[in-house]
Design a protein around this ligand. Structure first.
Ligand SMILES: Nc1ncnc2c1ncn2[C@@H]1O[C@H](COP(=O)(O)OP(=O)(O)OP(=O)(O)O)[C@@H](O)[C@H]1O
Length: 241
């Protein structure tokens, strides 16, 4: 155990994390010594160009991937010492994921897609409550094919937050959406962060989206190149790109 144990208000501490993918003869250095802290309840945007290491970093924090080197703490537990079973429990109990593509089950309604998670979670909200949170109370019995892309993404968000996760990790959540529907999705994420106090990290390469964050973490070439606080964070409803 290192000398400085992260405080309770620090949700993630990453120290010198590296990730190298071996592609035949070539080593791809996706992360080159990243130090990072994420704090309870904050809304962070990870901003950087394609290939800068954003998804790799988010996947490591969420226990979907493991670093090649360095240490990652989730609160006072060292994720980098977890075995596969412990990582699975960690993801199930504490992490909500939202991806660019919604990964809904086409043959299930919105309510049933969310139920898949609430049935196995420890202290979930009801599927109806989760869907109302993302303003889909009137789409409970719609199938994915009967909903717009933005609505489907909001079902995916309801599914991610219905178990009341400690952290919500979103990888390009508006990447497949036009501005109007993208803003509605960002409004849903912002509302969840504000009302449930879920620590939230959103990956984007769209600098406009960074304006809604408490803190913006810039990545380039597998390194953090800057961290800035937004003096005035903007409501998602004001964003345009
Ligand atoms: N499974 C993998 N195998 C090999 N190389 C990978 C793998 N995953 C990512 N990489 C490489 O690691 C680097 C960082 O990728 P990553 O997906 O983390 O970047 P990103 O900033 O999220 O990019 P994007 O915005 O395009 O999703 C890239 O050079 C990528 O090609």
């Amino acid at each position: 155990m290192p000398s400085s144990v992260p405080s309770v208000e620090t949700v993630f501490t990453a120290r010198q994390i590296t990730k190298v993918y071996h592609m035949g003869e070539v080593d791809v250095h996706a992360l080159r010594g990243v130090d990072l802290e994420l704090f309870a309840g904050e809304f962070v945007v990870l901003l950087g160009p394609s290939g800068s290491g954003k998804s790799t970093l988010l996947n490591i924090l969420g226990g979907l991937d493991v670093p090649s080197g360095g240490e990652v703490f989730y609160r006072d537990r060292q994720l980098t010492e977890f075995d596969d079973a412990a990582l699975t429990r960690y993801r199930r109990d504490h992490v909500g994921f939202v991806f660019q593509f919604y990964n809904l089950i086409p043959s299930l309604t919105a309510r049933e897609n969310v139920s898949l998670i609430t049935e196995i979670a420890r202290n979930p909200m009801s599927p109806v409550e989760a869907l109302e949170l993302v303003d889909l109370g009137k789409r409970l019995d719609h199938f994915p094919a009967q909903m717009s892309g933005g609505e489907q993404q909001r079902v995916a968000i309801a599914r991610a937050v219905a178990k009341r996760p400690d952290v919500l990790l979103c990888d390009e959540p508006t990447g497949a959406l036009d501005v109007r529907t993208g803003v509605l999705v960002l409004e849903a994420i912002q509302k969840i962060n504000a009302e449930l106090k879920t620590t939230t990290a959103v990956i984007t390469h769209n600098a406009v989206i960074a304006e809604m964050a408490d803190r913006v973490i810039h990545l380039s070439g597998g390194e953090i190149t800057g961290v800035e606080m937004n003096s005035r964070k903007r409501p998602a409803s004001e964003l345009n790109w």
